[in-house]
Design a protein around this ligand. Structure first.
Ligand code: NAD
Ligand code: TDX
Length: 351
């Protein structure tokens, strides 16, 4: 089987590519990635020479390129992760999110339909990896997002992902494309770009800079270790029902400020600093526009139907993550130079 994995040089995509390349040596894995600021081939150094792996550098916003690629490579399946993924960037540049997340997804759907439909879709799957943010925002309390929760996206990022989910389902209903979808909560782990909360905080603490906490730090996120998201994607790809959606999450809700306290204390302990040192870096800053209050995801469908469950507790996953960043400070130094500095200047100017 030949699988195109899009966005394979990014955070989650690199873990998915590694899992598929090593677990399924009989598959050919093509990593289709534009190598934007978020795509980093360092994330794949250990498997880049594997005989069943190949990188195709290209942009999914280019329909002609995508059509040509599908016509020449004739993939059997697509696992689609390529996206603009950062909510704050979507607030300052929404159009980039429409282009990659909406148009890019439709380009892939078109190319897959043109290749597969004449042969009756035998052995084909188009799998869209999506987010829990499409469901909107929850109040504090016990309520969780299920697969039946109505869509209510509230940021340009989540609106673009909701739109792409709808297009994927439309290709299933209209053209009988065999599709699968999953909507996952916040991921954390190695290779996470330091514009997102956890790697940003680790980077700022290690360099002794203020750690920005939006608003009062009371927003809640449900965190899942990235390697557990990769095994969930493996389960959905191989065992999920065509046309179905699976929610994926860690049943692991944290208020941002509590999470930052835990990170500060973990870093103090691991770097031999007196407890309380890193907490002094916490700085409350202007809130994110339209900041969703709480996400929490009910994963019982994937657990009960596909037998998936997370392999690590949050404490284990966070400890492994902090160790990885402390052991790979060169990775952080490389991605936080140059363009990263410009991004931070524009973020704070935009508030
Ligand atoms: P990321 O930003 O780390 O990586 C995105 C990758 O896509 C990069 O390698 C980038 O180069 C590539 N890419 C971007 N635009 C492209 C284009 N036009 N053509 C080809 N490649 C392009 O993202 P991530 O955090 O790894 O997220 C991956 C997917 O998972 C996204 O679809 C995201 O919506 C979804 N998701 C992420 C999370 C999370 O917590 N990070 C949670 C749920 C779902
Ligand atoms: O500097 C910060 N300070 C802060 O308080 C940053 C970057 C974030 N935050 C807050 C905002 C959120 O409440 O921390 C929380 C997490 O923020 P992000 O790491 O930006 O993640 P989030 O906005 O929740 O979205 C993430 O999870 C769902 C991913 O970026 C999405 O791609 C995914 O779909």
């Amino acid at each position: 089987m030949k699988i195109i994995i899009t966005g394979g040089a990014g955070f989650i995509g690199s873990h998915v590519v590694r899992l598929f390349v090593t677990k399924y040596p009989e598959y050919q894995i093509l990593n289709l990635d534009a190598l934007t600021y978020a795509g980093n081939l360092e994330n794949l150094r250990d498997i880049e020479n594997a005989p069943n792996y190949r990188l195709v550098k290209g942009d999914i916003t280019d329909q002609a390129f995508v059509d040509q690629l599908f016509a020449t490579e004739e993939p059997d399946a697509v696992i689609h992760l390529a996206a603009e993924s950062h909510v704050d960037r979507s607030i300052t540049d929404p159009l980039a999110f429409v282009k990659t997340n909406v148009l890019g997804t439709v380009h892939l759907l078109n190319a897959a339909k043109n290749l597969w439909k004449p042969k009756g879709y035998e052995g084909n799957v188009f799998y869209h990896v999506s987010t829990d943010e499409v469901y909107g925002s929850l109040e504090m309390g016990p309520e969780m997002f299920t697969e039946d929760t109505s869509y209510d996206p509230r940021s340009p990022y989540s609106a673009s992902k909701a739109s792409s989910d709808h297009f994927v389902r439309a290709w299933h209903h209209t053209y009988h494309m065999p599709v699968k979808l999953s909507n996952c909560s916040n991921n954390y782990g190695p290779n996470h770009f330091p514009e997102k909360l956890i790697p940003l905080a680790i980077h700022r603490i290690r360099t002794g800079q203020p750690v920005p906490v939006y608003g009062k730090g009371e927003n809640v996120r449900d965190w899942l270790f990235v390697k557990d998201h990769a095994t969930a994607i493996d389960a959905v790809f191989h065992k999920g029902q065509v046309g179905e959606t699976y929610n994926i999450g860690g049943v692991n809700e944290w208020q941002n400020i509590e999470l930052i306290h835990l990170l500060c204390d973990t870093l103090d302990e691991k770097t031999g600093k007196p407890q309380g040192t890193s907490r002094q870096l916490i700085t409350f800053v202007t809130d994110r526009a339209g900041h969703d209050l709480r996400y929490a995801i009910d994963s019982s469908k994937i657990m009960n139907e596909l037998g998936w469950k997370p392999s690590v507790t949050f404490e284990q996953g966070l400890s492994q993550t902090v160790d990885w960043y402390l052991e790979n400070q060169g990775w952080l130094d490389n991605v936080t130079s140059g363009a990263y500095q410009d991004y931070y200047r524009t973020q704070y100017a935009a508030r």
